[in-house]
Design a protein around this ligand. Sequence first.
Ligand SMILES: Nc1ncnc2c1ncn2[C@@H]1O[C@H](COP(=O)(O)OP(=O)(O)OP(=O)(O)O)[C@@H](O)[C@H]1O
Length: 696
Amino acid sequence: MREEAAERLAGAGADPAAAAVWRAELVRLDAVEEGLCFGRLDLRDGRRVHIGRLSLFREGQDDPLLLDWRAPAARPFYTATAVVPEGVWRRRHITTRGRVVVALDDELLDLDHTGDHFGGDTLVGEAALLAAVTAGRTGRMRDVVATLQTEQDRIVRDGYRGVLVVEGGPGTGKTVVALHRVAHLLYAHPHLRTRGVLVVGPSRLFLEHIGRVLPGLGEGGVVTSTVVDLLPGVRVGRVDPPATAERKGRADLAGLLAAAVRDRVRVPDEPVEVEFERLVLRLDPATCRRAVRAARATGLPHEQAGLVFQREVVDALARQFADCLEAVTRTDTGEAIDGGSPDGRLGEADLRALAAAGVVLGPDDLDAPRDLLDEVDLAGLRNSLLADPGVRAALDALWPPLTPERVVADLLAGPAAGDAPLLDGHGAPGTGDWSTADWSTGDWSTGDWSTADWSTADVPLLDEAAALLGTGAPPTFGHVVVDEAQELSAMAWRMLARRCPAKWMTVVGDLAQTGDPAGASSWARVLEPHVGDRWRQTRLTVNYRAPAEVVEATADLLAAHHPGTPPPRSVRSTGQPPWRLRTTRAALPRTVARLVAEHVDGRPAADHVDGRLAVVVPRRHLAALAGVVPPGCLSTPDQVKGLEFDSVLVVDPAAILADSPLGHNDLYVAMTRTTRELGIVHPGPPPAEVAGVRPR
Ligand SMILES: Nc1ncnc2c1ncn2[C@@H]1O[C@H](COP(=O)(O)OP(=O)(O)OP(=O)(O)O)[C@@H](O)[C@H]1O
């Protein structure tokens, strides 16, 4: 089929449409080189269906050579059981390496072969699944299309059009399921290919980790981004203290920003004098108030509403100017001065004044009695007023042009300047005496805002301000996937909601892993402001990453801080329980160095650098341990969020617990990254959360 497509492409010659079709077909066929066919269903009616990464048809034949895993007819591959066999009597998992079949795994779906039961649910294709989850990790996530389990398949194919929340403990496949759901959505709803799909993840490293899954499923056109990168051009280089980050993430900041923008608009107490064409026009407060009201009634953002304000004000000024012209061209008794005719016909003086104001008159204008200026003249006059620097300056002083950076920097530099709790009770900082700020220099307490380093928590504020001001519309998407969604603040949710007008989302996360102090503690609380009750929650329960021994080692920690949250059940055990080792504060770097050397001893270098060993430490130890841990292996808990490694060494759990109000969740994240080994080094006695782990 590739050869055929290549020939057709070559034959397409000057026809760009045909060439595009065949080029796309070649890309489609090339994307599925690995694991093209991974399953077979033997149906009770005698047919055989091969399941693979895409559908392949031969001309003139009705039955496909290969059926796309996303096709409805392929579904029994993921859901058929001995009890509900869905017409299948044998399910075969086919494992290939290159073009060689290296393993077959058959399941007979009759009541004599009820498969291996797992806590009441049957694992689908257990041998293939265990081979997949036991395999060493490469540092890059792979697709699991060949071994997707029934509870996962249900989420992948769920047709719900609101926000689908997928909750589940560490390693339950939330990420991988969300990505397969994207592939399925693109298959089932082709219009999404043009509307676009966005996948939001917690870090660039994470996005790299998952970056091969969708292309491996033949879906290359999905946008992946962190929240920060959704707002291009912002330089993030500052870290907020947790309390400040928490404060900046709260939803009421939206109101404060809106008020800050509103309060920049000024209605003067006294009439404002505007000079135009050597006449002094007066803009009275009532006119300004009316213009502001008209502008605000549009509901448009600041910049666009400002155009309405301008129109209203300039209209008033133009009328005033016209009245002045009338006045200066007539005597008190109504007679035209300077040679003009008393009935209103234009005279020499009128024509001079009109010419000075840029009003062009045609021959017809010169005859009949008439108002001095008609609508066309007034339009010309309005344009002249708008182009006049003096008028513009007056307009800008009343309805000032603003930038998102300026609005946010000013809010943060307001009375509560960076000190989070102080923001409370101050109303909107910047609503005070705005007129004393020196707008002309762009120079205030935070420094030069245009080049300032912002923090991660500032980005949703800048985005909010940009939306309030109407500066640049962000791209929108037909479907948005939010991974590690528990980390997002209320302000970050507003940012995402703006990018998903249909509010059709897949949101995956685990409230027991929330590390960001501004993150979520309830899905209802973060979602309902945006979608009301148009959201639904599902749960994944099986851990495909960590062996049972690791799940067991985290049980105390989970029970202490999230009572009632069941730990996910692991599909396998290694017989290798996690261990802990006590050391002293002074000997910590030496001990870590020894353990790392032991671990990597005799293994090829690639084995420990390529993301397979992680030494997870509290921030405070980063500098001291940088010299003793191979580069690329040393991380803080927030940096390993969503990632996985063959072996994990957790350093100083007490400090991880103490470093943040959500330190217990950080420790939980750190301990659940491993697919095989877990070790813990603690200076001094172990904190209660890990005291139950076997001492080494
Ligand atoms: N059905 C499956 N077959 C094979 N491997 C699977 C399956 N489901 C999940 N996995 C593997 O389990 C590991 C954990 O998956 P994933 O990272 O998606 O979990 P998660 O729930 O997002 O975890 P965390 O909450 O810790 O980020 C991955 O290596 C993934 O490929």
